[in-house]
Design a binder for this molecule. Sequence first.
Ligand code: FMN
Ligand code: SF4
Length: 518
Amino acid sequence: MSITFYVPRDSGALALGAEKVAKTLENEITARKLDAKIIRNGSRGMYWLEPMVEVETPGGRVAYGPVKASDVAALLDGGLAEGRVHPLWLGLTEHLPFLSKQTRLTFARCGITDPVSLDDYRAHDGLKGLQNTLTLSRAEIVAQVTESGLRGRGGAGFPTGIKWKTVLDTLAPQKYIVCNADEGDSGTFADRMIMEGDPFVLIEGMAIAGIAVEATKGYIYIRSEYPHAIAVMNEAIEVARKAGVLGASVLGSSYVFDIEVRVGAGAYVCGEETALLESLEGRRGIVRAKPPLPAHKGLFGKPTVINNVISLASVPVIMDRGAAFYKDFGMGRSRGTIPLQIAGNVKYAGLFEAAFGLTLGEIVDDIGGGTATGRPVKAVQVGGPLGAYFPRSLFDTPFDYEAFAAKDGLIGHAGLVVFDDSVDMLKQARFAMEFCAVESCGKCTPCRIGSTRGVEVVDRLSANIEPEKQIAVLTDLCNTMKFGSLCALGGFTPYPVMSALNHFPEDFRPAPIAVAAE
Ligand SMILES: Cc1cc2nc3c(=O)[nH]c(=O)nc-3n(C[C@H](O)[C@H](O)[C@H](O)COP(=O)(O)O)c2cc1C
Ligand code: SF4
């Protein structure tokens, strides 16, 4: 019987040596004349185990990791092909606690299938959502997405169905679907992981969106720092086109839909939807004032749906299993599942898809296993560089849009960056202001000037120059930025700054002067 090995082609695994592992395994297969093939899958999202090699056995897939190229020969000698026990043996992949505790709806296939095999995609429930879509009217599709409770996973949490309805209701000869794959938030990698591990689910989601709102063309705006995602997406689009999933007749229907990948040059602000549109149109990424909304006047002045990768990639399962199925997961107004990206100083860094509602403490302590350094967790920044720092005292906050907002925080793109007790929160506050100053598009004064003044104020605090006065100025400046900025870059920079100040005031006070003992 032929043996099937899996070695990920995901960027995270590649960065840890997966290419060398695959090459060595291939050479060993040839030298040992084994009847075996290697599938280059996506990652399962357990990055501390990458490169994770799997082998298909009658009892299921067995995992080994982290594997180095120099381990491969000994692994084969020890029975890798049969899934035998070895020091790197992890057991059945599906039984690994980090995986078995998840609810994988959007990431159901990631790491399981061959990312660029449409047959594999179909064999794992792929295209069922799109098939169902073809039996419904546009209004019915939009109603399903609305009913599912899906909210934008890019940061703002805006209801996806309402956005789609606005575009559907705006009459125009041409409309567009734009997929935001700029993924600039610190500690986030869900968009990249799905594009590299299951690109067809994004293609399917975009095709459904196109059919729903009467758009015939879609663009995926991917950051240039994601060369592997760009390559996999382009390959998958070509396969989808050849198979009639994209093109002049989507799955043999009368609907037309095609997709093009565009590469961004790497400015954080180009993830903001209107700056992204400017960039897509070939101009410098500067934020546009709203109104008009992109849904009315977006790309090239035409009605446009702009959605994050994960929002779009969550649509196929909704259209396959139904709005009620999806809506059943979650809490409050946060429905469905969310791919948590656990990063920073944490023992088990990776992607954990779960229904909304886990507490921050469960995510960081139980799932993430605490810090990698073994020191106490001091703070967790949730939601990227514009997100608040949460102290341990707020670890009972459930992962839910409203619960985070109530604690002056945000979920954003669901990235969590963990810090141990060696972090200096005054330095983190300075970093937030500096980041805003560097990445500001410069269109509005509170952000352009305020962020630079913010760095100066924090520096004066560090130098212990009239600290009480500096704290008052910093608080006032944050209020001006929060309420006077045109977009969330300037408007949300106060979140990390003020959360650092409010939750860790001891880091903002001058260190007591040591009195030498006589
Ligand atoms: C400074 C800034 C950066 C942003 N970066 C991203 C990004 O990288 N990816 C993303 O999907 N949304 C990003 N957003 C949010 C987008 O403006 C927009 O809300 C989102 O693409 C809409 O899609 P969704 O409704 O599916 O979330 C950013 C917003 C701001 C203000
Ligand atoms: S807040 Fe900053 S990034 Fe946003 S429009 Fe104003 S200057 Fe540009």
